[in-house]
Design a protein around this ligand. Structure first.
Ligand code: SIN
Length: 304
């Protein structure tokens, strides 16, 4: 394979690798290393069935199955459909998934390691692709924090709640999301993680405080916690940490949820169709059953 890093904030293209066939362990390790280092990997021109997407994704860790059972691919509950398309008047997938800055599954005890998305229908207008996925680099955002704040955050933990993002999306005009039922809330109770994680692949520190789910910083008053979170959100949203991926049909896009945050850009209309299949890889391979406090450092034997 050839890994070509982008020239800006993050991201790389992986060429000359066919993901429809089973990769060697050494290739998967090389990709794990590249994912930690570059944050986002694009694999252009792939031709994958739903089961091939799932088979590739599960090489990186256990796949998440959403307890809500919404928008799952037929026969593959681990694969979710992100789409604004309908069939026989029914939505075929989630039409507004991820449309604000967040990190997938930071609200869960076992956080997410990677997202794997395969796009087969990409909306276009005037020849330009719409529905980009944007990223922000949390290695760089941490590095750039004032040193006093780095010290303050060193021993802090943050509570993350699934309901925060859900309610933000519900408040948007035209949202059809119902409020979460008590059972749905219980299925995803809030989780607490260090404000700063040591990335298990790079060994460097990352800011783990995303606007979508982060609710409260430990050992701070509500007011101080909110002020600090507001600062961290504004800090990480600076353009110097931004990378925008413009989708191409048949590209597979994979990103590291520990070292990045992301946002799905909702700049297309209902008749401008988008169809993407997604697997979410949990961080079990990197954290075992211990949660985020004790990463198992990933060593690939590959130099940077
Ligand atoms: C997501 O948050 O996983 C969805 C990203 C996208 O649809 O671009």
């Amino acid at each position: 394979m050839i890994i070509e890093p982008n020239s800006n904030t993050m991201g790389a293209r992986v060429l000359e690798l066919d993901l429809s066939i089973s990769l060697k362990d050494s290739e998967i390790n090389q990709l794990m290393h590249a994912l930690g280092t570059h944050g986002v990997l694009e694999f252009p021109e792939q031709h994958l069935s739903t089961s091939q997407l799932k088979a590739f994704s599960e090489r990186f860790g256990e796949l998440y199955i959403s307890p809500g059972g919404r928008a799952q691919a037929d026969g593959h509950p681990e694969v979710m459909i992100l789409s604004n398309m309908t069939k026989d008047g029914q939505a075929v997938g989630l039409k507004d998934a991820g449309q604000s800055w967040h990190t997938d599954m930071s609200y869960a005890k076992m956080i997410a390691f990677a997202n794997v998305l395969y796009g087969t229908t990409i909306p276009h207008r005037g020849g330009m692709p719409l529905g980009a996925t944007q990223f922000r680099n949390m290695h760089a955002a941490y590095e750039d924090l004032p040193s006093e704040l780095k010290q303050t955050l060193a021993n802090k933990r943050i509570t993350h709640d699934f309901n925060k993002f859900w309610e933000m999306m519900r408040a948007r005009p035209g949202s059809t999301r119902p409020a979460l039922s008590e059972r749905e809330r219980q299925a995803r109770p809030p989780a607490v993680h260090p404000a700063v994680l040591t990335h298990p692949i790079t060994g460097k520190k990352v800011l783990y405080a995303n606007p979508g789910y982060a609710m409260h910083i430990s050992d701070m008053s509500e007011n101080e916690s909110q002020k600090t979170l507001d600062f961290l959100f504004a800090h990480q949203l600076q353009d110097k940490f931004l990378y925008t991926y413009a989708w191409k049909k048949n590209s597979l896009l994979m990103w590291d949820n520990i070292g990045t945050t992301h946002n799905a850009v909702a700049d297309y209309e209902p008749h401008e169709h988008r169809y993407i299949e997604r697997c979410q890889v949990m961080a079990t391979r990197l954290y075992g059953e211990q949660g985020t406090a004790h990463p198992i450092m990933f060593t690939s034997g590959i130099s940077a």
